[in-house]
Design a protein around this ligand. Structure first.
Ligand SMILES: [Zn+2]
Length: 58
């Protein structure tokens, strides 16, 4: 639980949405907005594969 590393990408285990961390904007964003499979399901309650060690404030 003492892990301090900050992940720079994450993927939803439910819909497959992928996001990368944008240091300039301090937010997650979809790397390729034109790729529907990367954006995933907008109605999905995303289940990120990195939860636990790092929680950005939204
Ligand atoms: Zn999702």
């Amino acid at each position: 639980m003492a892990e301090l590393r900050k992940p720079d990408e994450r993927e939803c285990e439910r819909c497959g949405r992928t996001e990368v961390w944008d240091d300039d904007q301090d937010t997650w964003r979809v790397p390729d907005q034109d790729d529907a499979t990367a954006i995933g399901d907008v109605h999905c309650v995303h289940e990120w594969d990195i939860d636990g060690s790092f929680r950005p404030i939204e």
